[in-house]
Design a protein around this ligand. Sequence first.
Ligand code: HXC
Ligand code: NAP
Length: 273
Amino acid sequence: MTISFDFASRHVFVFGGTTGINLGIAHAFARHGANVTVASRKQENVDAAVAALAAYGAGVFGVTADVRDFDAVGRAFAQAHERFGKIDVLVSGAAGNFLAELNQLSSNGFKVVVDIDLNGTFHVMRQAFPYLASPGASVINITAPQGAIPIRYQAHVCAAKAGVDQLTRVLAMEWGVAGVRVNAISPGPIADTEGMRRLSPQGTEGGTLVQGLVPLGRLGTSEDIANLAMFLGSSAASFISGAIIPCDGGGAIDSVKPMIEAAAREQAARPAG
Ligand code: HXC
Ligand code: NAP
């Protein structure tokens, strides 16, 4: 069975969309005809993403903005709206992660992750609403298994992503009356990503430990996540809102938790410096 998507003349905005999983989502929508806007902090990432996405022939626009800066986020949406009009699909996926036991976390270390993941999601949601197609827009937050599963050395990420999950559910209720759907995708371990480089056991791309633990027997790909994002962004998902949907090979608890805790033990055992 094939599902074909057609996003021609649709405007898809991916915040944090210049590398990794989120860039994979931007590619998928661009490949299926959408005008795509990507935004992130680093100019070089924005430039590279725009150059790569231009290959599909539809419109591409890049904005440099930090999700921690409420006003900059607002300017990014205003500029993108001027370029491509109302936003049909909004993906919010900027995030930060590192392994640290709570007793080793400074106040700023905890704050920086909550600021990017949770407050950043709030900024994106709060500033985007006037620019969303209403009715009809689909909002997709990128969360993580940490939002639901407590994992040692990830207190900052667990707290932040749990907040993202609840924001998603509340906004599905508040924005449902405006015809705007709000969902979240919770990826499992995804190969060749910054998240896995930071959290995989041997510090290698796609550590052997986690691969064996995923019930479906492989790491995920950015394409797996992009397929779900396109489904959620399409009319095929028109009655789905407020859902936190795992895309994790069948078992986030069985794979992600042991992977991260093994990586943290290995990091702690390494001589300092
Ligand atoms: C303890 C740390 C630390 C570490 C940083 N900090 N790294 N503390 N252990 N390894 C502390 C710093 O000491 C500092 O506190 C504070 O965090 C802010 O650090 P900065 O480097 O100044 O912050 P900034 O430059 O804004 O960078 C933010 C960042 C960075 C989160 C630290 O890593 C980043 O930009 N990451 C974006 C990319 C990323 O993480 N991608 C992966 C997403 S994967 P003090 O007190 O010293 O000032 C994901 C889920 C994966 O989210 C799930 C897989 C299954
Ligand atoms: P990534 O490549 O580091 O992607 C993060 C993106 O967000 C980049 O485009 C980055 O670009 C941007 N970004 C970071 N901080 C930002 C900020 N303050 N303001 C604006 N943009 C910012 O990471 P990834 O591994 O692909 O993860 C992507 C998403 O998937 C995250 O939400 C993560 O929590 C989630 N996730 C990943 C995995 C995994 O296996 N990798 C598993 C579960 C969930 P700049 O550096 O240019 O800002």
